[in-house]
Design a protein around this ligand. Structure first.
Ligand code: FMN
Length: 245
């Protein structure tokens, strides 16, 4: 397929393939690292509940049952549920020196992915945009008010968002991973995001909620909704969560 071979995607894969002969002397771009955690110090904080008294669920049944749900009832989500979803996606589960290990694996333990939540209908969280402060296990409120309209428009008109309870938006701070792995690091960033999203999807299923991954969005519009520049940090993935209808 000559057309495939001319594509930017194919060239990227070719040029970022590891080769035995050049493993230690391949050209490596000089990319400065970035802070491992993002914080919004002046934003209002919403502490997330850490307790969970719900029932245990069978992991194998969860795998069998998980399906993408796009049809939600208008019932709200509890803050405890949102808290569990965030913990499943990116919660800290261990520490070694300056490394904070998470529920989802990350290439080089560099954790390039940041989580933002648009609260549509969450009891105990005003509608608006929040950033997940992973170490503080709290939400940092960045915008208040209804953002569903903007989000639907930014995601190519995906109307399921209107009846959802919360929308997760994941960004990548590219330098965190690319400073170590160069151009190949971009592959790892997307793999990291996949792990995080799958954790969220399974956690949603465990809570009896419905969820759908979303990658169809207008990148610039979504970045502007989040207030990120699209260069140092850029939106890469989303998931819509709500009560199944
Ligand atoms: C990377 C990725 C991007 C996706 N983007 C969208 C999307 O933008 N909108 C949507 O409705 N579903 C999206 N999906 C969901 C797929 O359509 C769904 O996973 C697929 O049809 C298989 O169905 P299942 O998830 O129920 O097993 C996406 C899934 C993945 C993995």
């Amino acid at each position: 397929m000559p057309d495939l071979k001319k594509s930017i995607a194919y060239l990227y894969l070719q040029q970022t393939a590891l080769e035995r002969e050049t493993l230690y002397n391949r050209p490596h771009p000089d990319i400065a690292p970035a802070e491992p955690f993002k914080r919004y110090p002046s934003s209002p904080k919403l502490l997330l509940p850490r307790r969970w008294d719900g029932e245990e669920t069978n992991f194998w049944k969860l795998l069998q049952r998980r399906r993408s749900h796009r049809n939600f009832s208008t019932e709200s989500m509890e803050l405890t549920e949102l808290s569990l979803l965030l913990w499943a996606a990116q919660g800290i589960t261990g520490q070694a020196g300056s490394y904070y290990f998470r529920t989802a694996p990350s290439a080089g333990a560099l954790y390039p992915v940041e989580t933002y939540v648009v609260a549509v209908d969450v009891e105990g969280a005003e509608p608006g945009l929040y950033h997940f402060d992973i170490r503080g296990f709290q939400l940092e409120q960045l915008r208040s008010g209804r953002l569903e309209g903007e989000l639907v428009a930014a995601s190519l008109g995906q109307g399921m968002i209107r009846n959802s309870a919360a929308v997760f938006v994941w960004t990548a701070v590219l330098r965190r991973t690319m400073s170590k792995y160069g151009h190949r690091g971009l592959r790892y960033i997307f793999l990291d995001a996949g792990h995080i999203c799958q954790n969220l999807l399974l956690a949603a299923e465990a809570l009896g909620l419905g969820a759908c991954p979303v990658a169809a969005f207008f990148d610039r519009e979504l970045n502007s909704l989040l207030g990120v520049d699209g260069e140092e940090e850029t939106a890469i993935y989303m998931a819509v969560v709500g009560r199944k209808n």
